[in-house]
Design a protein around this ligand. Sequence first.
Ligand SMILES: *Cc1c(COP(=O)(O)O)cnc(C)c1O
Length: 353
Amino acid sequence: MSKFIDSRLGALEEYVPGEQPRDKKYIKLNTNEFPYPPAPGVIAAVSAAEVADLRLYSDPTCKALKEKLAARYEVTPENVFVGNGSDEVLNFAFAAYCRGGAAFPDISYGFYPVFAELYGIDSEIIPLNEDLSIDPAQYCSKGKAVVIANPNAPTGLCMPVGAIERIVKTNPDNVVIVDEAYVDFGGESATALTKKYENLLVVGTFSKSRALAGARVGFGIGDCALIRDLEKIKYCTNPYNINRLSLVAAEAALDARAYYDEKDALVAETREKAQADLRALGFAATESKANFIFAKHAKLPGAALYEALKARGILVRHFTVPRIRDWNRITVGTPEEMKTLIENIKEILNGLE
Ligand SMILES: *Cc1c(COP(=O)(O)O)cnc(C)c1O
């Protein structure tokens, strides 16, 4: 770092993304990417003509994409914000709504504490229950903003929408941010509640269930006043926040709902099978409703499993946070990839005896 950086920014602890190695070909089960390609219509939409149009700025209002998102979530385009990945939506929401403090779980998406620190926000870190579930009662009547991932990451555990509603209802003077990055794999969405409560912001993404992690498109759904807040921050930072190719890709993805519904269901089915296979090998695994499995084995420390799999060309995600360091988060790949994973884990376990 240079001597010129603002000392407060220089002292920030950065978010550490999962590895994106270029050295060799891994079976990549570490960053919750989709195992199947985007829908054929998406690939066709990113045409030579669209590439030629890159000389022009993108639509700062994201009009066409907002209209399609509004239709999909049964709201109006004024209820939709589009961000450069849901990370940008979360970033803006922390900037806008958390001045008076923010409450979120000790084990959740690792970006929340980073945004909190970036904006000098007081965080109240609420421990998960012993079984790694969220206790909704601990988020009621907080008197500060609440941030919850549902399903939560990296546990994959879901809260029913009724519990979300209780949290939203008992915090009428603060915004409740519900991050639904994984909802399409078996969770329950709270988007319908945004019509009833002015303090609920639901955040979604095209990165996980729509095979567009590299396109960087996320969205927020909420009361039109909340959306105007986020637009304000966007127009104060980067009005053309979504590039032209990502806009057409995301629009085409929404036109291909049947393709994604089928593939998301296949991922959920593959998850259930792999989860059962791991339990049969002696793993404890959470009841994940996301596109990853969260598992630990009594005889194999989390880091050891991570290293052994990496040596065999399989990448999973290991977190060094003390409370979950015995665990690994394993993205659900194709059935073939999961078969290879299970075979390798069997060999690693056999080698212990
Ligand atoms: C992956 C992830 C995101 C970020 O997604 P992008 O849209 O790719 O920025 C947000 N929240 C959670 C919980 C995630 O796991």
